[in-house]
Design a protein around this ligand. Structure first.
Ligand code: DLZ
Length: 366
């Protein structure tokens, strides 16, 4: 055997993890959750009431039911490469693609090269042999990977394949029947690899609650300071643009104008407490050069908006600019540095959606 392709944690990780989890630490030991009658010195100990590893694993699963299995860290597939040429080629191609390299070995018996990927899957197959190579690399941007592989094959210093060989050995990117696209490359006799990309952008990602950017059917409030109106008006335009483009109806937006940034928190709080809006967008501009007690005002405004958000549970997007000069503020209100009003509104839309999803989960008991 000359080749090893292994997952991020190495083959010993499962046993190490088991050892770590069975040994009680700190408070748990003091509270007597882990019983020892002295007879078990040197043996593994389990929390009281649990007699074996299976019990312990089951209890871990209950605690972390959204992880696949709290004790499993990764998966390692050992791929035997028949020829040294194939071994060299595969290693070289993976390096060219930017694969993270792990710790390999080189001894009298053979050589191993480790390549790490953030995700490893083991697929067991019975019956009909799959039409894909047994070594599959999941990627993003399949076309970009394809062109790196092609260039690597053509380069005399790396793959050194002839153009006419490439026609046979490198397949075109094609759709699969499993909602993905794939191409394969034949590197050496018996050494074919597939590269594929799922059409589902969430594929392989950890399951997370994420907000969407639809504002349709939701109500939003915008609190905007009149002080420095030449800039805050632009921030307001940016926020309205984001809301409308995300599907928010005109009548679902409540705009409240306040004298200056100092007044933003109290208006924001009143709106949030009314519970008639999904989120509050706060917009203002504090200019250091022109604002007496700048630090004091800024701190209070930020604290007040944050406090209103935390105490009411209604998301508040922070669109209060703090700049040294008018020019800097203008840059952030639609000139060189985007429009912070637009960005604040997008954050508000996303947070409103997250709140809705979390509330649904709570109602559904999950
Ligand atoms: C008074 C003041 C000053 C000096 N500077 C600003 C500023 O740069 N940005 C802003 O939004 N507001 C400013 N204000 C007004 C205060 O926020 C507040 O409206 C007044 O002190 C009245 O309470």
């Amino acid at each position: 055997m000359v080749g090893l392709i292994q997952g991020p944690k190495g083959p010993c990780s499962l046993r190490q993890e088991q050892r770590q989890q069975q040994i009680p630490f700190g408070n748990d030991r003091k509270k007597g959750k882990y019983k020892s009658n002295g007879k078990n010195k040197g043996k593994h100990r389990f929390p009281s009431g649990m007699t074996d590893l299976k019990d312990f694993v089951r209890s871990q699963r209950r605690r972390a039911d959204d992880t696949i299995e709290s004790m499993i860290k990764g998966i390692t597939t050992v791929a035997s490469v028949a020829s040294v040429d194939g071994f060299e080629k595969l290693g070289s191609l993976f390096r060219a693609l930017g694969f993270e390299e792990g710790k390999g070995w080189d001894d009298a018996g053979g050589r191993g090269a480790a390549f790490l990927a953030p995700l490893g899957n083991l697929e067991l197959v019975t019956g009909r042999e799959p039409a894909v190579p047994s070594l599959l690399v999941e990627v993003t941007q399949l076309e970009a990977v394809y062109s790196v592989v092609r260039s690597w094959m053509l380069n005399p210093a790396t793959g050194n394949f002839r153009t006419e060989e490439i026609v046979v050995k490198l397949t075109a990117v094609a759709a699969t029947h499993w909602n993905s696209r794939l191409f394969t490359v034949d590197l050496a006799p018996g050494l074919k690899i597939g590269f594929w990309e799922s059409e589902n952008p969430q594929h392989g990602r950890p399951i997370a609650v994420e907000g969407d950017l639809s504002a349709a059917g939701k109500k939003f409030a915008i609190v905007v300071a009149r002080w420095n109106a030449v800039i805050t008006d632009r921030l307001l335009q940016g926020a309205l643009d984001a809301l409308h483009r995300s599907g928010c109806a005109k009548d679902d937006i409540e705009i409240v104008r306040v004298p200056g940034a100092w007044e933003i928190p109290s208006a924001a709080r009143t709106l949030a407490e009314s519970k008639r809006v999904a989120a509050v967008i706060t917009l203002g501009v504090l200019l250091r050069g022109e604002t007496a007690h700048y630090e004091a005002i800024y701190t209070e405004v930020a604290r007040g908006i944050g406090q209103s958000q935390q105490e009411t549970g209604v998301p508040h997007a922070f669109g209060v600019l703090t700049c040294e000069t008018l020019e800097q503020a203008l840059d952030r209100a639609g000139l060189k540095a985007g429009n912070k009003g637009f960005e604040a509104a997008v954050a508000a839309i996303e947070m409103a959606s997250i709140q809705e999803k979390l509330a649904d989960k709570t109602k559904g008991g999950r």
